[in-house]
Design a protein around this ligand. Structure first.
Ligand code: HEC
Length: 450
């Protein structure tokens, strides 16, 4: 469940407000207030470039406040000339600009069945931004990367919460040297906002957001694979089809890199009532490193398809807006679908393969609408309620993050046990005699029987 704005303001810390923190747009869905996790609503898919205040935010830890005068970028490891660069020195390198989609690896997680722990994103953990900065390749060449170089590891100014591992991610040398891989200091013509990595972040176009490290301070060129938590355990997916809900052997897991091909129907929305007569179906589509070539739309549950009209704004890694006109023949219930194709000839699946962390959701979306006498938006579901957190749960679970990190989940007993143990590992104090009481409460309010 998302938190109300009132609750959100109550949980905003004075430090966050003092650190030049800017408010997200009023209609952003707040999945986490601190750390910040904001989702763009479907109505945000109405422009080619996503404005900064509507751009989704995903942060594992509290947003650091970086002093630009003291900030330096260090480049070391398998290089002949380690570097320490100020922002002015970095800006001596040729400036480059690029429009690219940025999508969280977990976007769409809430749609997976069986359900999974983690932020319950729907469609909006994605945006299309104009990024400006320098080529990572130029920085690596300046440092003289050696023939032994295999991958490039990034670390930022963010500080882990409790005893959780530091967020560090690596990309292979080939992606690092690609002319489109950048270190950006601007987003949509503005200095990077704090929530998006001020003063510098990685731009890995076509790849999921976990590689786009924020608040960048360290680059290490490596001759072997990095095995930190966020490479070895988190952000991995199975290399082949697995049984939904069953554990997957670690040897079958590989890092999340490339985004899949995907389209979103932004309007009409699920449950909307349309008056009889012409209607417009519209949305956006994007596709990793290969541009979108076509979007087909069906208004009869996938029996027949017609090509949508594509927007004129385009760039290799950007999203493409699309729309299709439709005149329903008669009143009734209709299922709308959109399916994107890229230049490489790939298309979206009709059935989503499951994976244990709920990454890279990209199945063809289905939107049911009613055509009849009166038009109107669906009623929003009543806010879900839950019994207040008992003292023991509050003591063990609130502090590092708010209630909303917990109340949005729908998990089974083994999944809640795993979460509580994971949090213990990260520094939550859970007395052994309290563990089952805490799990019982979580299961009773935010649980699933399976
Ligand atoms: C020491 C700090 C700390 C405490 C105390 C804590 N958590 Fe967390 N929790 C975290 C962090 C850090 C994250 C991850 C944030 C992220 O990656 O976005 C997290 C994330 C979560 C998530 C999201 C799923 C996931 O695994 O990332 C759930 C659910 C959760 N916590 C439940 C709990 C429960 C239940 C308790 C009490 C037993 C608890 N937390 C206590 C630090 C804590």
């Amino acid at each position: 469940m998302a938190v109300s704005r009132r609750h959100f303001f109550q949980t905003l810390s004075a430090a966050a407000l003092a650190g030049g923190w800017r408010l997200p747009a009023a209609d952003m869905i707040i999945r986490g207030a601190r750390p910040e996790d904001f989702e763009m609503p479907l109505s945000g898919f109405d422009s080619w470039i996503t404005p900064n205040e509507r751009f989704f935010v995903r942060t594992h830890v509290y947003t650091p406040s970086v002093d630009l005068a003291a900030w330096r970028l260090r480049v070391e490891g398998e290089v002949s000339a380690p570097l320490t660069l100020s922002m002015n020195e970095l800006k001596q390198l040729p400036r480059v600009e690029l429009v690219s989609v940025l999508e969280c690896a977990g976007n769409g997680r809430s749609f997976y069945q069986p359900t999974l722990a983690g932020l319950q994103w729907q469609h909006g953990a994605v945006g299309n931004g104009r990024w400006a900065g320098v080529r990572l390749a130029d920085v690596l060449k300046k440092a003289g990367y050696k023939a032994s170089a295999k991958e490039v590891l990034f670390n930022g100014a963010d500080v882990p919460i409790g005893t959780m591992p530091d967020f560090q991610r690596a990309i292979p040398l080939e992606k690092a040297l690609h002319a489109d891989t950048m270190l950006a200091f601007e987003m949509n013509g503005q200095p990077l906002p704090a929530s998006h990595g001020f003063p510098l972040r990685v731009i890995a176009p076509g790849w999921a957001g976990d590689s786009w490290v924020k608040w960048l301070t360290h680059i290490e060129v490596r001759d072997k694979e990095f095995d930190g938590f966020f490479m070895k355990t988190a952000y991995r997916r199975p290399v082949r089809t697995v049984t939904p809900g069953a554990p997957v052997d670690a040897s079958l897991m590989t890092p999340v890199t490339l985004l899949g091909i995907k389209s979103v129907i932004a309007s009409p929305v699920e449950g909307q009532m349309l008056a009889e007569g012409p209607a417009t179906v519209r949305g956006v589509a994007w596709s990793g490193e290969s541009p979108v070539a076509r979007v087909d739309v069906s208004t009869d549950n996938g029996r027949t398809w017609q090509p949508a009209k594509l927007g004129t704004d385009q760039a290799r890694y950007a999203w493409r807006m699309w729309e299709a006109q439709w005149t329903p023949r008669q009143a009734g219930s209709y299922v709308l679908m959109a399916r994107a194709f890229n230049r490489a000839g790939e298309t979206q699946p009709l059935v989503q393969e499951w994976n244990p962390s709920g990454y890279l959701w990209n199945v063809v979306q289905q939107v049911r609408v009613e055509v009849g006498a009166k038009a109107g938006l669906p009623q929003s579901p009543p806010p879900s309620t839950y019994a207040p957190f008992p003292e023991k749960v509050k003591t063990s679970c609130i502090g590092c993050h708010g209630e909303e990190m917990i109340t949005g989940q729908r998990l089974t007993r083994p999944q809640w046990e795993r979460e509580v143990d994971k949090m213990k590992g990260w520094g939550a104090s859970v007395k052994p005699e309290d563990r089952s009481e805490i799990v019982d409460y979580l299961l009773s309010q935010f649980g699933l029987k399976r």
